[in-house]
Design a protein around this ligand. Structure first.
Ligand code: PHE
Length: 351
């Protein structure tokens, strides 16, 4: 645990135990360099406390990269609420309020939105405690609602950049896209893809969602164990991270990877593995900023939805820049994207 923290290049970690539920609340502040640390609230159970802490640290860093790459004036952080395996669902509202109280005490040092396992309705409960800067409340409570559709729009523009790069035509028409996870981002992404004429395959573990997409929309269903062996043009990971690794990469039968999941690479060398296999990888921290960017813009900076759309569209240009840099310098797209991030962070430093 100590080496985990020592090797992390972030600023601070706040940890609180919620005794009634047995959940751990972990808030990792990675960087406040470009602005206050902003990030989502991930709520799930982990095999142990260390795994939860590690996830929080990595996800917080990824938020710093996202904002820096998009030239957005926010720092990066993340909250992980690690539920015990025996979690009593009735404890959920009081756990959320406990988290809200902690955010309030922090006075804006960390500003929270939703993430895997939390929703706009949860943000309403958190904000009721008087916690400053809680993003994505429901429209009834004065918020802009969920960020998933905005993230999906950004992923879609990232995919257009992929198609431009590979086929010199940004249309998704007749491209075969496999979407892994049909949740708050995967679902609206599928709709955008179908509208543009793509052929969509999907993979999912939730039975209700499987029924919706397979039986109602008649989309081909890929069972989870076959995801990494199924041929497609673009593979879009929109579930959890760590899925691109030494075991899955050799099996992949796609031309490109472009999806919303955070921290898709299990380790940095996986970017090299993908490059060697000639698979074009759209770095997750470039392509998945749409949600946070649009919501912060609308709720905090007074953007109209049209302005938000235009900003989210800029992901396409950033992605093309990443691809060009990677090609020109013979480096991975991940390394190219990190170079842009580093230059933003150091450029501001020297101001
Ligand atoms: N879950 C979002 C992400 O990972 C975080 C976020 C959404 C933060 C909306 C603020 C507002 O990018």
């Amino acid at each position: 645990m100590e080496s985990l923290l020592r090797n992390w290049n972030g600023e601070s970690v706040i940890i609180r135990f919620d005794r009634p539920s047995g959940a751990w609340i972990i808030i990792a502040i990675h960087s406040t360099f470009l602005g206050p640390a902003i990030g989502g609230t991930r709520m799930k159970s982990y095999p142990n406390f260390k795994a939860a802490l590690e996830d929080a640290l990595q996800l917080a860093a990824s938020m710093t990269y996202k904002f820096a790459a998009a030239d957005f004036p926010s720092g990066g952080g993340k909250a992980v609420i690690a539920l015990p395996s025996s979690f009593d669902i009735h404890e959920r509202p009081s756990l959320l309020r406990h988290y809200g109280t902690l955010l309030k005490q922090l006075g804006g040092l960390f500003q929270a939105g939703p993430d895997v396992g939390t929703s706009p309705a949860d943000m309403d409960i958190i904000a009721e405690t008087g916690a400053p800067f809680v993003f994505c409340r429901t429209p009834e409570k004065g918020g802009a609602g969920g960020s998933g559709k905005w993230t999906a729009l950004g992923v879609f523009h990232g995919m257009q950049a992929v198609c431009k790069q590979l086929f010199d035509n940004e249309s998704l028409r007749e491209r075969v896209v496999m979407v892994q996870g049909t949740g708050s981002v995967g679902h609206p992404l599928i709709e955008l893809l179908l509208k543009d004429g793509a052929e969509v395959l999907f993979s999912e573990v939730n039975q209700t969602a499987i029924q919706h997409f397979r039986d109602k929309l008649k989309l081909p269903f890929v069972p989870p164990k076959r995801v990494y062996d199924t041929p497609c043009d673009i593979f879009a990971p929109c579930a959890l991270g760590g899925i691109l690794n030494k075991d899955t990469i050799p099996r992949l039968k796609c031309t490109a990877i472009a999806g919303a999941a955070n921290n898709q690479l299990a380790e940095p060398t996986d970017a090299v593995r993908l490059m060697k296999r000639n698979i074009l990888y759209a770095p997750d921290f470039i392509i998945s900023i749409g949600g946070a960017m649009a919501i912060i813009g609308i709720e905090r900076m007074g953007w109209s939805t049209d302005e938000a759309r235009a900003k989210v569209n800029s992901i396409k240009q950033t992605m093309l820049r990443v691809f060009k840099l990677a090609k020109d310098d013979h480096i991975t797209t991940d390394a190219a994207a990190k170079r842009i991030v580093d230059s933003r962070l150091s450029r501001t430093e020297s101001k």
